[in-house]
Design a protein around this ligand. Structure first.
Ligand code: AMP
Length: 178
């Protein structure tokens, strides 16, 4: 599944910004990918080949999960559902709170957009601790759907987010890891 050529191109493109937004955080800036349409296409092709034939819908996490997730869903010809930060969606919706390093956060999803029994891909740009993605998986399961896969451009290995996702499904794809 690993694509060494794509990994190399992404390593050369994604910018590491030390101590942003807080001291100690190595922020991975993916925005230079959008300056290179061919590279964007290659990222989508990689994500699509991981999920083809395996999912009935894609859920993307606000906001960078939308940038790739919608293109993946369109290529797979399946619906795309937005998972948003609290306070932005009109009702009806369901919510899930989760803990951050300091304090807590909440994400939401419109009800009725995913159907019971559907196989769902949860997608975001980056997997860090896995807290956000775990909350997203709970939203999916609360609606009677199955978390079938997770995909990310980047995984921050030492934070072990993948371990946290295995309770839902071990089919986790990260294009590259730091
Ligand atoms: P987590 O819930 O810890 O897995 O954090 C994942 C979310 O936070 C994703 O939506 C990422 O976009 C964002 N994020 C966390 N750490 C970083 C980082 N080092 N660089 C860029 N984005 C990050």
């Amino acid at each position: 599944m690993k694509n060494p050529e794509l990994i190399q191109k992404l390593e050369n493109t994604i910018e590491n910004i030390p101590d942003f937004p807080k001291p100690g955080i190595q922020f991975k800036d993916i925005t230079p990918i959008f300056l290179n349409p061919k590279l964007y296409e290659d990222v989508i092709a990689d994500l699509v080949s991981f999920s083809r034939g395996k999912v009935d819908a894609v859920c993307g996490i606000e906001s960078r999960g939308y940038l790739f997730g919608i293109a993946v869903a369109v290529a797979l010809e399946v619906p795309f559902i937005l998972i948003r930060k609290a306070g932005k969606l009109p009702p009806p919706f369901i919510s899930e709170k989760y803990e951050l390093e300091y304090g807590s956060a909440e994400i939401e999803m419109r009800t009725g957009q995913i159907k019971p029994g559907q196989r769902i891909l949860i997608h975001d740009d980056l997997l860090a601790t896995g807290g956000t993605t775990e909350a997203a998986a709970k939203l999916v399961e609360k609606q009677g759907a199955e978390v079938a896969q997770f995909s990310f451009l980047i995984g921050l290995k030492e934070l072990q987010g993948e371990e946290r996702l295995k309770q839902f499904n071990a089919d986790v794809h990260t294009i590259l890891e730091y």
